[in-house]
Design a protein around this ligand. Structure first.
Ligand SMILES: C[S@@+](CC[C@H](N)C(=O)[O-])C[C@H]1O[C@@H](n2cnc3c(N)ncnc32)[C@H](O)[C@@H]1O
Length: 312
């Protein structure tokens, strides 16, 4: 059982002073950026780089358009108001076994995908970074080290179970960052504040992805960068094998390791319902981001999308 920690912060405004003190005093800043990163040898991680050529007008309509009454939760059609509760159940259920399941399901590949994201984020000392849907804190930990004592890194998630695991993990490693429960669709941060905003494997679960992307853009400074790491559309020749793995092995692993088959079936389904690479790139552009591009990782099992905010 995890030891009870201090309460998770609920509102950014209430804890800004405390968090600034934590950022200034408590965060390790030993990272150093020497050594080889996945950026230096992209082919080792199966990385291919794509520049988005979509214009917003060529973006296919998404389920977000026009605020529909219903949406999807995996393959189920549910009321818009229901989805967040169902997603919350999934992550409350898997929080304690989330990290071990990630390693097992991806045979460790998620570490390479995240390392690539961290390298692309290129966080430097003094930067302000917001990790949305940060869960157990892999990205926030690396960003805190790179931003150093003069930086400010926030670990946020809508789900307090996930956030508690993340905060406890980081604290155990001597990395103190403010942890705040917040919904990506209504971020409690000022506009034009962060140098980097990241979301890893979180966007897929959000009900109104367009609203969340608009919020991410709002809180970025002009010149700041958004990075979205998410499951995507795998290269066609691999699809049958990947489907077999997703709908047989993942739920089986979920049952054996996390005692929860349904949540891992939801994972497989939600990946299929998520916009593909170029659709998501178009959504970033529609949210007002520029220089949008994406990198296919592991043959498109995952893609990292980037966009820059150029103006206020
Ligand atoms: C698959 S986990 C990813 C955790 C972590 N970023 C990682 O890469 O390991 C997805 C996370 O998205 C969070 N999430 C879902 N909907 C959200 C929302 N509307 N706002 C913020 N976080 C959300 C969930 O609570 C969950 O912790």
């Amino acid at each position: 059982m995890r030891a009870a920690g201090p309460p998770i912060l609920g509102k950014a405004a209430r804890c800004a002073a405390l968090c600034r003190a934590m950022c200034n005093n408590g965060v390790l800043c030993a990272a150093g950026r020497g050594g080889e990163t996945p950026l230096d040898r992209p082919w080792r991680a199966g990385i291919s780089i794509m520049q988005n050529t979509n214009t917003p007008s060529s973006v296919p309509p998404t389920t977000d358009a026009g605020a529909p009454e219903s949406t999807h939760f995996g393959y189920q059609t549910v009321g818009v108001a229901e989805k967040a509760g169902k997603v919350a159940e999934v992550f409350h259920s898997v929080a304690d076994r989330y990290d071990v399941m990630n390693d097992l399901m991806s045979v460790g590949l998620h570490r390479i995908w995240k390392a690539f994201t961290i390298a692309r984020a290129n966080v430097r000392p003094g930067m302000k970074v917001l990790d949305i849907a940060g869960g157990t804190g892999d990205l926030a930990k690396a960003f805190a080290r790179a931003a150093g004592a003069s930086g400010e890194v926030w670990l946020t998630d809508i789900n307090d179970s996930m956030l508690r695991v993340g905060r406890d993990r980081l604290t155990d490693k001597g990395v103190l960052v403010p942890a705040a429960v917040c919904d990506a669709e209504r971020l409690p941060f000022p506009s034009n504040y962060f140098d980097r905003v990241t979301v890893a494997f979180g966007l897929r679960n959000m009900t109104h992805k367009d609203r969340a992307l608009a919020e991410m853009r709002r809180v970025l400074k002009p010149g700041g960068k958004l990075l979205v790491l998410e499951f995507s559309q795998v290269a066609r020749p691999l699809a049958p094998l990947y489907d077999w793995y997703s709908f047989n092995v993942l739920p089986w692993l979920g049952k054996k390791v996390a005692g929860d088959e349904a949540s891992y079936r939801y994972l497989a389904e939600s990946i299929r319902m998520h916009p593909d690479q170029s659709t998501l790139a178009g959504m970033l552009e529609a949210a007002g981001l520029s220089r949008v591009r994406y990198f296919n990782l592991s043959a498109g099992v995952v893609a990292l999308h980037e966009g820059v905010k150029l103006d206020y």
